[in-house]
Ligand binder design. Sequence first.
Ligand code: FMN
Length: 192
Amino acid sequence: MPLIQVVLASTRSKRFGERPAAWVMDRLGARTDLDAELVDLRDHPLPFYDLATPPAHAGRTYPDEVTAAWAGTIDRADGYVVVTPEYNHGVPAVLKNALDHLSIELRRKPIAYVGYGGTGAARAITQLRQIAAEQDMAAIRSSVPILPDVMVPALKTDTFDVEMLASLDRRLDTLAADLVWWAEALKAARKA
Ligand SMILES: Cc1cc2nc3c(=O)[nH]c(=O)nc-3n(C[C@H](O)[C@H](O)[C@H](O)COP(=O)(O)O)c2cc1C
């Protein structure tokens, strides 16, 4: 079964992101066609990019333990679901910085996006698809936008439950099924 990592892309204190990430983990965890693992960028406090050798040329050599732990974590997955907000019509800086530290670890793997905010992070996801192309990844068609009608009640409550996002289950199911297809296909192709 492919290992799918759910990357929680906001590190902000009092972030909303952990709520949709918990929902994605709950739903992916119930599937029998993948193994799901949460990756929280808070657990990987990378410095601003300062690598002497660009990741694309460095192979799997890393200058410090934090970078090695981040890259090693991402390296072992077969596909990714990034749960992301949008900051000023774009990709959150902490996510872009984390992606810039990677290259070979992501190559020829699929990636999908769950976005939240005024437009479901549509502008950030558009940018992330461009970044994925440069990183030689397959950004799959399906995404899940969590729009204000669903986000605001889930944001404002003190007693959040993942069922508050259940209206998006079908979209997430489609995303997960597509992602597994690509993860299996590309895993086999990488092996060959
Ligand atoms: C610096 C900053 C910029 C933002 N820019 C946007 C934006 O461009 N579009 C949008 O829909 N929401 C924007 N928002 C609102 C976020 O959607 C909202 O604060 C969300 O909770 C952020 O995710 P987080 O709480 O997981 O960090 C912005 C929030 C911040 C902090």
